[in-house]
Design a protein around this ligand. Structure first.
Ligand SMILES: Cc1cc2nc3c(=O)[nH]c(=O)nc-3n(C[C@H](O)[C@H](O)[C@H](O)COP(=O)(O)OP(=O)(O)OC[C@H]3O[C@@H](n4cnc5c(N)ncnc54)[C@H](O)[C@@H]3O)c2cc1C
Ligand SMILES: *[C@@H]1O[C@H](CO)[C@@H](O)[C@H](O)[C@H]1NC(C)=O
Ligand SMILES: *[C@@H]1O[C@H](CO)[C@@H](O)[C@H](O)[C@H]1NC(C)=O
Ligand SMILES: *[C@@H]1O[C@H](CO)[C@@H](O)[C@H](O)[C@H]1NC(C)=O
Ligand SMILES: *[C@@H]1O[C@H](CO)[C@@H](O)[C@H](O)[C@H]1NC(C)=O
Ligand SMILES: *[C@@H]1O[C@H](CO)[C@@H](O)[C@H](O)[C@H]1NC(C)=O
Ligand SMILES: *[C@@H]1O[C@H](CO)[C@@H](O)[C@H](O)[C@H]1NC(C)=O
Ligand SMILES: *[C@@H]1O[C@H](CO)[C@@H](O)[C@H](O)[C@H]1NC(C)=O
Ligand SMILES: *[C@@H]1O[C@H](CO)[C@@H](O)[C@H](O)[C@H]1NC(C)=O
Length: 590
């Protein structure tokens, strides 16, 4: 007995020595014993589970015909992916090709299935108590911790190799408040009585549905499955509603968070206000595990929604002239209340014919007069057709209660299950309004490599998002971690790249390096000197200037707040605050 106690003390102290440089890894003596995992499982009333990649049933000795068949059927569904703690939306982040550990579902059966960046254990949390147990366990045992909600991160921030995962996806409660008062409210200052509290696992579709049932709206993105309380709002959160109501993070009233020391605290204007500042734009996975957020709500506004599409001869100058005309139209459009997502497909093949296409969807929030919108849009649409020589399609219609637009148009799964990486830049309204700004933006996009396709959403295409606008600019007095460049942004320009399941790692690296070293710098040239930035949730995962790219002048303060709330770096994500102290996977301190 004595001896056993003694040796475990020695092992514990060895664990402590390595704690200063690396996380505890599974083959090391510091790794929790079976008994300790069992104890964690009891504390979380059976919500601890081991994880294997979703593709495991399609490979090697774990091959199972039926299970693999089902997996293949569902692998493109973002709903199925969100529900699976071992999956994320973009499959490249389940892999760890640097360590030759991949498990693509569609790769040949004979290719072995490596664990990759898929966590080894998950706690499928149903309460703050479960989360506290996980945070405390990870801290005590010096484990790599991953916070996962829906797995929509484009930068692989919800997976981490050899980690314990806290999965928030099952926490779905929602509450409407007609008289919300932040905890600790001192009776001074204005408050927002109409609000909704969203638990950590609520997804946008669910939020819009709940809001619609209660006659209210909250700022959210145009996605079915993105989480409302996780990476989205903590990263800022752009929206078709932003032009009238500001960024999602501008509308946050209060967060409940399990912080690194295991406490469940409240962060708002009145208490832990430094944490509140950081949670609004400082990025997900960095400050603690948010268990719920309360956001401002407002009466469900009417929205005039629209779509348009058209194109021109393949690769023609007139096609790019039309794109330039579109970019030049954005200031007037956006300042009149319009929001838009446009997709460029310069090499589009439809029924055997190669053309250059673009299409767009969007809306005017808090507008109900379709004729007024048409008055602005019709001459623009007509001109696009004149430029390319073939008329554009355009439709507009009123949705009297705007939430219904989101529960119909964005009802379906988001798409996913493929490898995707992004590069992006926030383009200011000053640039778009300047004499040659629209041309500069168009030339930059035109110089990017064109990948043939018949669709572009999220995959190897160019997207232009007009999802900020007047109220985002007017909110420049909101003191939060959000990159101040948002207060001048009119267009969020995104380039998407990807590869196939059998693309060798060396070729994946060529695509990634070209994105980081050639393509994103083309977009960076559009910045106003010396400023400029990108949206931290939809950007290059390997941007070397990530601190200034994502936070500009706010980084030093974020760093200080991180030191205060998480001095040991329990919550580390790729290119997140504090990650500069760690290697790319958050496994060893530099
Ligand atoms: C199809 C699609 C559409 C999108 N549309 C929009 C849009 O319209 N507007 C927009 O702004 N963005 C949009 N995004 C980007 C989206 O906001 C980010 O991908 C966001 O990070 C997703 O957050 P999540 O919590 O759902 O995903 P996850 O991948 O599960 O988590 C993302 C990050 O947040 C952290 N995190 C999650 N939950 C918590 C929590 N409870 N506490 C602390 N940290 C947490 C994770 O650790 C990770 O770092 C879209 C993305 C996709 C894939
Ligand atoms: C945790 O307990 C549950 C319920 O008893 C069980 O199903 C599950 O397999 C356990 N998890 C682990 C990792 O052993
Ligand atoms: C799954 O099996 C069914 C028949 O059992 C078959 O029709 C279907 O094509 C299979 N799906 C895949 C993806 O293999
Ligand atoms: C590692 O790479 C080699 C060569 O590409 C391959 O044959 C092998 O199966 C891989 N192993 C794993 C576990 O993926
Ligand atoms: C969610 O709501 C249900 C029903 O109101 C309640 O029983 C449960 O405790 C709530 N869960 C959390 C985590 O608040
Ligand atoms: C919508 O417009 C009405 C006036 O038409 C205004 O009172 C209301 O504040 C607006 N709502 C938002 C969220 O801007
Ligand atoms: C316009 O709409 C029609 C009917 O839906 C469709 O057949 C056609 O392809 C569309 N044209 C363009 C340029 O999108
Ligand atoms: C790198 O990107 C540029 C711009 O998109 C492109 O022209 C070039 O072909 C790319 N190079 C490689 C090796 O992909
Ligand atoms: C688009 O291309 C993919 C793969 O090349 C193909 O599977 C799909 O059917 C095509 N869709 C249309 C509408 O042509």
């Amino acid at each position: 007995m004595r001896f056993a106690l003694c040796s475990s003390l020695i092992l514990a102290s060895i664990g402590l020595v390595s704690a200063s440089s690396c996380r505890c890894r599974p083959e090391e003596p510091c790794w929790p014993a079976e008994k300790e995992w069992e104890s964690l499982n009891r504390t979380t009333t059976g919500r601890l589970h081991t994880l294997r990649p979703v593709g495991a049933v399609c490979h090697g000795s774990s091959f199972n015909y039926r299970a693999c068949n089902v997996t293949k059927e569902y692998q493109d569904s973002s709903i199925w992916r969100a529900d699976h703690p071992a999956a994320v939306q973009y499959s490249n982040w389940e892999m760890w090709p640097e360590q030759n550990q991949s498990c693509y579902i569609d790769a040949k059966r004979s290719v072995p299935c490596g664990q990759g960046r898929v966590s080894l254990y998950t706690i499928e949390a149903e309460s703050p108590h479960d989360i506290q147990a996980g945070v405390t366990f990870a801290r005590k045992h010096n484990l790599r911790l991953a916070i996962r909600n829906t797995g929509h991160s484009y930068q692989g921030r919800s997976t981490a190799p050899e980690s314990l995962q806290i999965n928030t996806h099952l926490m779905k409660n929602k509450t409407l408040h007609k008289n919300f008062k932040p905890a600790g409210y001192d009776g001074k200052g204005t408050i927002e009585p109409l609000a909704v509290t969203l638990d950590a696992g609520v997804q946008l579709f669910d939020m819009y549905k709940f809001c619609g049932e209660n006659g209210v709206m909250a700022v959210g993105g145009s996605s079915h499955g993105v989480g409302a309380a996780g990476g989205y709002i903590q990263g800022g959160g752009h929206s078709m509603l932003a032009g009238i109501a500001g960024m999602a993070s501008d509308n946050a009233l209060e967060f409940h968070v399990v912080v690194a020391d295991g406490r469940h605290v409240i962060a708002n204007e009145y208490q832990n206000s430094d944490l509140f500042w950081a949670l609004r734009g400082g990025g997900g996975g960095t400050w603690g595990v948010v268990t719920s957020v309360t956001v401002r709500a407002f009466p469900d506004p009417p929205i005039v929604g629209f779509t348009f599409s058209g194109g021109g001869a393949f690769g023609s100058d007139s096609y790019w002239d039309a794109v330039e005309y579109l970019n030049a139209f954005l200031p007037e459009f956006n300042e009149a209340g319009g929001a838009m997502y446009y997709y460029l497909v310069p090499d589009y093949t439809v029924s055997g014919e190669q053309v250059s296409m673009f299409y767009a969807e969007g809306g005017f929030a808090n507008h109900s007069d379709v004729a007024e919108v048409n008055k602005l849009m019709n001459p623009f649409i007509k001109k696009l057709g004149e430029i390319t020589g073939s008329p554009f399609n355009y439709t507009a219609s009123l949705t009297p209660k705007g939430t219904a637009l989101f529960t119909t148009n964005f009802k379906g799964p988001d798409g996913g299950g493929i490898p995707v990486i992004l590069g992006s830049r926030l383009i200011t309204r000053d640039l778009l309004k300047s004499a040659d700004g629209p041309k500069q933006v168009t030339d930059a996009v035109r110089s990017l490599k064109t990948i043939p396709g018949n669709t572009s959403i999220g995959y190897e295409g160019i997207q232009g998002l007009v999802t900020a606008g007047p109220q985002v600019w007017a909110n420049s007095d909101v003191d939060s971690a959000l990159h101040p460049i948002w207060r001048e942004t009119q267009l969020h320009l995104i380039v998407a790249r990807g590869w196939d399941v059998d693309t060798p790692f060396e070729e994946q690296q060529v695509i990634q390096n070209n994105l980081t070293q050639v393509e994103v710098p083309i977009l960076k040239k559009l910045d106003p000197a010396p400023k400029g930035g990108a949206y931290l949730n939809e950007a290059d995962a390997y941007d070397e200037d990530w601190k200034s790219t994502f936070w500009g002048p706010n980084y030093p303060r974020l760093r200080q707040i991180k030191q205060k709330w998480d001095p040991e770096g329990l919550f580390i994500v790729r290119t997140g605050v504090g990650s500069e102290d760690w290697d790319n996977e958050g496994l060893c301190r530099k």
